[in-house]
Write a protein that binds this ligand. Sequence first.
Ligand SMILES: Nc1ncnc2c1ncn2[C@@H]1O[C@H](COP(=O)(O)OP(=O)(O)OP(=O)(O)O)[C@@H](O)[C@H]1O
Ligand SMILES: [Mg+2]
Length: 482
Amino acid sequence: MTSNCLTIDVGTTNTKITLWCNGIPEIKQFVTPKKTVATQTNFELSYLWDEVIRTISSFDPISLKKVTRIAIASFGESGILLNEKNNPVGQCISWFDDRAQIIVDQITEEKKSRIYQLTGLPVNAHYSALKIAWLLKYDKTITMPLAKYKWLCVPDYLVYRFTGNLATEYTIASRTLCLDIKTGKWSKEVQQLLGISNISFPEIYSAGCNLGHIQGKLGKLFAQECQVIIAGHDHMCGAAGVGLDETELLDSTGTTEAMMTIVEHFDISSEAQKNALANGIYVDDQHYTRFTAMPAAGSTIAWLMNLCRINENKLIELMNEAQKGYDDHSLFNSRVLVMPHFNGSGAPNKMSSSKGIIYGLTSQTTVVELIFGLFLGLTCEFKIAYTTLFNSERYHLIKVIGPAAKDPLWLELKADILQANVISIDTEQAVSEGAYTIATGRHLKKKVRKYVPTVDVHKKRYLKQMLETYKVIYQNKISKNL
Ligand SMILES: Nc1ncnc2c1ncn2[C@@H]1O[C@H](COP(=O)(O)OP(=O)(O)OP(=O)(O)O)[C@@H](O)[C@H]1O
Ligand SMILES: [Mg+2]
């Protein structure tokens, strides 16, 4: 009997569930359940679980019965506390929620440095440990903050619901701020520094390890021997899916945008700490990752589509018009630049309170110029992080995955502004493909499109001016904490 595989990619905006039969995917997706009140957003885990099961149950039962592996990829950082009876307590704070900044502000610089030395991560409100500290201190539904609790990140929670077992995986553990990057074990010292010593974390397994069989009636949907595994942190799964090597940089787009590389050694130098470089353990357990995320990318495109009341087809039409204007130089009068700090700024100057800016508006500004200015701004922001955090000389290729692969203008600007070779991986769901590869060891064929840096001197001159303008605004803004 041929065996099938099921992958689950829990994303910030959408959760994708894919049934793989003979390497052919059937993808279904639903909006990841979230609840926002004022500035605070929670993921709704019990609804997420219900939707996962509802979606899985809508696949062909005969194909499901051949599923021998369920592989979970997910965003990192968010999770839930369990009490001694393993019941969830408190709330599942979304990874991008900044409410734990109040905890970060109370941590001394000395402690922050020590935590960077231990974990390879800059102290930031997004990591699990800060969310835990916030929950224990400020969540009024947690009446016994000193009691013993367990912490599960979102994919660990799904594993627990499927199998009843408590387990996590290295790339997910790498986003908690409690993993000792040198030993690959949980750090008691970090927990003590953050006042969360009463929390226990699950055992850590390698990506792709069997974490258990499915309990109860649900198990009858799948093959008897079906195993549940964690494929890993979504961006790292994407890297595995496109076979990223040490000479390439991954640009993983979604609601946000992340850049990462795979390296032999982690970097916890003072320069790396200053730039907020995030180190982690890679899915193969043998390498480390160097990582940074820009807190807004696809979300700024969603904002623009909402603002202008256009759908994705119209966006693509306007983007093509902008690309034409770029290629024939007719857009070179435009000075519009959108600084995408819609959800705070990213590395090398991470500031959660930072706000976005639109520069260069005139009474003649068109929507096409605005779209062009948004892609320019996203690329300038990327360029600043890329040149500061990654020694760009070392990387001969940038591989782009996620929805940005549908945006030739954005990809062309990336090649031109970064003066780098860029390839977009033309696949519907690179993260799910990576999870499939991790689960089965099988690699899928990919269609790629290549973008090389422009040699057009007029384009180069225009982009140089725009990048300089961007940097002036950026530096002034950051230096004034705006
Ligand atoms: N053509 C496009 N170019 C870039 N982004 C787009 C495009 N169309 C939609 N998006 C954005 O892509 C995002 C959704 O993509 P996706 O489902 O890959 O994200 P996600 O997996 O939920 O997020 P993440 O991986 O950051 O957790 C939305 O923010 C949406 O606005
Ligand atoms: Mg995603």
